[in-house]
Structures are given as C-alpha cells and as structure tokens.
Design a protein around this ligand. Structure first.
Ligand SMILES: NC(=O)c1ccc[n+]([C@@H]2O[C@H](COP(=O)([O-])OP(=O)(O)OC[C@H]3O[C@@H](n4cnc5c(N)ncnc54)[C@H](O)[C@@H]3O)[C@@H](O)[C@H]2O)c1
Length: 250
C-alpha cells in the first residue's frame, strides 16, 4: 500500500515507541514526514529508519510544554514539507501516583504534557491543515480515559481531555474538510509501558481489568491504526475514537 504518497505528515513523539513505528509506517507507504520530539538522539535514530524508504524527512526537536518552541517547530516542519495535511500527535508521558499523595506539581506536569501539549501542537498545526481541502488530525488518547485504571488519575484526566478536545475540533472544522479522531490505545509494549510501576504497596489486582488477554501489542500494531485513521480508507470516520487494546475493555 502507498496511501501517503504526496502527503505531508507531522508526527510528534517520533523518537521512539508508537511515534517511531508510526513514522516508519507512513514512510513505508510513501509519505514525507516531519518529526517532533524532545529526544534529539531518538529523532536521529528514527530518521535513519524513515530515510531507508526514500521519503523526505526533517527533524524538529521541541518540548511540547514550550508554547513558542512548539509553534517554531511546527512552522519549520511546514516549511520543510511544503505545507501540512496530516497531524499525528503521539507524544505523551505516563506517571503513576496515589492520588491523595500526588502533588500539584505532579498533576500539572502530566496535564501540561499530555493535554496542554495536545492543544499546543494542534493549535500550531491547524492554520496549515485548514489550507487544504482535506486534512486529518489523529491524537493519542488511552484506555485510561474510558476504563478505570488505578494511580493514573492525572493521566486519565489528561487523555479524557484529549478525546473531548478532538471531538470539538471535528464539529468545529468539519465543513472545512478536516477529520479529527483519536486512537484509544492500551497495552502496547514500549518504554512508557515498561516504566509503569504501582505505588509502594499498590494492589495489582486493581489493574487486571486494564490488561489485554495474551501478550501486550507491539508499537507497530498502534502505528497501523494511526495509518488507517490518517488515510483515505477512513474517509467516513470523524469525531470519534478507535480503541486498540486487544479487547481489554470489552
Ligand atoms: N504504551 C502504551 O501501552 C500506551 C497506551 C495508551 C496510550 N499510550 C500513549 O501513546 C503515546 C506514545 O507513548 P509510547 O507508549 O510510545 O511511549 P514512549 O515513552 O516510547 O514514547 C513517548 C514519546 O513522547 C516523547 N515525549 C514525552 N514528553 C515529551 C515532551 N514534553 N515533549 C516532546 N516529546 C515528548 C518522548 O520523548 C517519546 O519519544 C503517549 O501519548 C502515551 O500516553 C501508550
């Protein structure tokens, strides 16, 4: 399949994990990519993987907490690509705390990266996306937003916000040809997932309902969902979420 030939795709969180796998998938299908992440070494590693497919690839290191930095990175990405018609916003962090012990600074960090970061990246990209007849946004949510996951109240709230934000974008811009959807992922084996640790004494029985049956998925299994939603195959899918969690919440 070459669904992204001629497409100009901005991907955040592209230094590793799901973002890196998504960059590879888009490149494999012929799309030019501009890659954003706070991790410069990781971006360089992804660039090598992407360029093997013979597509255009530019790197724009930035921290999604930095409003000016995000806007500068997206402007540079649009310049390098010659416009932007697809935004795949994947960057995010997971932190686990007992909610009654969580500090306001800890809450703020998660909300600022996952929710405010989604706003910053989408806000910077929208003027470019709206220049095209058809453009696409796919934001990264999580099963934590819709199922019950312990010790992740900040994370769950941030990802619930991403879903609500994305649905608002859909209706606001539908007449301008923009599609906006979320991937609701769960149980993908990445650094983020490996970093999960319950608070001291945390009862692991409480997380069983969030676990997929069998093994965790690989990043490429989430990447294929991003590629589907970003492609014309999903032309009639708008203002909604696709859940990719191995059935954990079913
Ligand atoms: N792995 C899972 O099971 C799972 C499930 C649901 C949702 N998600 C979401 O998927 C996304 C990708 O996570 P992953 O599992 O690939 O983890 P990961 O840790 O491998 O990748 C996250 C990427 O985001 C980048 N990032 C983090 N903070 C940033 C910041 N402030 N500015 C710029 N970039 C930043 C990191 O550098 C990294 O490259 C996240 O939004 C995560 O919440 C993951």
């Amino acid at each position: 399949m070459k669904r992204f030939e001629g497409k100009k795709v901005v991907i955040t969180g592209a230094a590793q994990g799901i973002g890196q796998a998504t960059a590879q998938r888009i490149a494999e299908e012929g799309g030019d990519v501009a890659l954003l992440d706070v991790n410069e070494a990781g971006l360089a590693a992804t660039q090598k993987l992407v360029e093997a497919h013979g597509v255009g690839c530019s790197l724009h290191p930035c921290n999604v907490r930095d409003t000016a930095g995000v806007h500068a990175a997206v402007e540079a990405a649009a310049e390098a690509l010659g416009g932007v018609d697809t935004l795949l916003h994947i960057a995010g962090v997971l932190r686990t705390y007992n909610t009654h012990e969580m500090t306001y600074e800890q809450w703020d960090e998660v909300i600022d990266i996952n929710l405010n970061g989604t706003y910053r990246v989408n806000h910077a990209a929208l003027p470019h996306l709206l220049k095209n007849r058809f453009s696409v946004i796919v934001n990264m949510a999580s099963t934590a937003a819709i199922g019950s996951h312990p010790w992740m109240s900040a994370y769950a709230a941030s990802k619930g916000g991403v879903i609500s934000f994305t649905r608002s974008l859909y209706i606001e811009y539908v007449k301008q040809g923009l599609r906006a959807n979320c991937v609701v992922a769960g149980g993908i084996a990445t650094t983020l997932h490996q970093q999960f640790k319950p608070p001291t004494g945390g009862d692991m029985d409480l997380v069983r309902g969030a676990m997929p049956y069998g093994s965790f998925a690989k990043p490429k299994h989430a990447a294929s969902v991003f590629a589907f939603l970003a492609s014309d195959d999903a032309r009639f899918i708008n203002g909604t979420e696709v859940r990719a969690d191995g059935g954990a919440l079913s």
